[in-house]
Ligand binder design. Structure first.
Ligand SMILES: [Zn+2]
Length: 231
């Protein structure tokens, strides 16, 4: 359970995914006195329909917007891995980077995107979720996984719980009635990714949160796939 004084590591594939999938929950947990660390895996440098926009310029914009959004969420620290957009893969290079952050920040809770979406899905979403699950268990836990970390003083770490957003089979719901506006404040910091004005987009987001809320008896909610690793 996330109550207070916990550390929560949120691993997001692109700038804006965490805000859209779990923004209301992150604000709520931050308000309750938990420390939130946001790990942004890719630099989002391909997510545009504007062919004249150079990728490096886009990455720069995305990073600035992400920092603004993180502030709106109440995040304590943002870590950018700066992997290329559409460049995540299930390999040791990426896994080591996620394991490193788990061992460094020692979160009780890890939040990421649910990779189990069939057929059409963004491959970065799949590999972010999949590699984060593997990084939590067993890699971050085991001394012999990336043993070079020990030389740097990064001890193995056991994460207690995982919450996975954008799940097709959610089984845990968080009441975001009081934090929905703050979630929208954070989401709309991603100015370059918002195709339409907030007044329009917010209506749809509220409908979705209300639909999710019905399943749990809340006015507005976010749903997660919940995993208790401590069991
Ligand atoms: Zn994404």
């Amino acid at each position: 359970m996330v109550d207070s004084n916990k550390t929560v590591l949120v691993v997001t594939p692109h700038p804006d995914d965490a805000e859209g999938g779990a923004g209301g929950t992150i604000v709520k947990w931050a308000n309750e006195g938990n420390k939130i660390v946001l790990l942004v895996c890719t630099n989002g440098d391909k997510g545009t329909s504007d062919a004249s926009m150079p990728s490096d310029k886009l990455a720069e914009i995305r990073e600035k917007e992400q920092l603004n959004a993180a502030k709106a969420l109440g995040v304590s620290e943002v870590v950018f891995l700066r992997e290329p957009d559409q460049g995540l893969d299930d390999n040791d290079r990426f896994r080591e980077k996620v394991v490193r952050q788990i061992r460094k920040h020692k979160p009780e809770i890890v939040v990421t995107i649910d990779p189990n979406r069939p057929y059409i899905r963004h491959r970065d979403h799949y590999y972010c979720g999949r590699v984060t699950l593997d990084a939590v268990f067993p890699y971050a836990r085991d001394h012999k996984a990336f043993p070079e970390h020990l030389m740097e003083g990064l001890e193995p770490h056991k994460v207690q719980e995982m919450y996975m957003f954008r799940s097709e089979t959610p089984d845990f719901y968080v009441d975001i009635t009081d934090t929905f506006e703050a979630k929208m404040d954070a989401l709309y910091c991603h100015v370059s990714q918002m195709g339409r004005p907030r007044e329009e987009g917010q209506v749809q987001s509220r409908e979705r949160a209300a639909e999710t809320g019905k399943k749990a008896g809340y006015e507005l909610a976010e749903g997660f796939k919940y995993i208790n690793i401590g069991r």
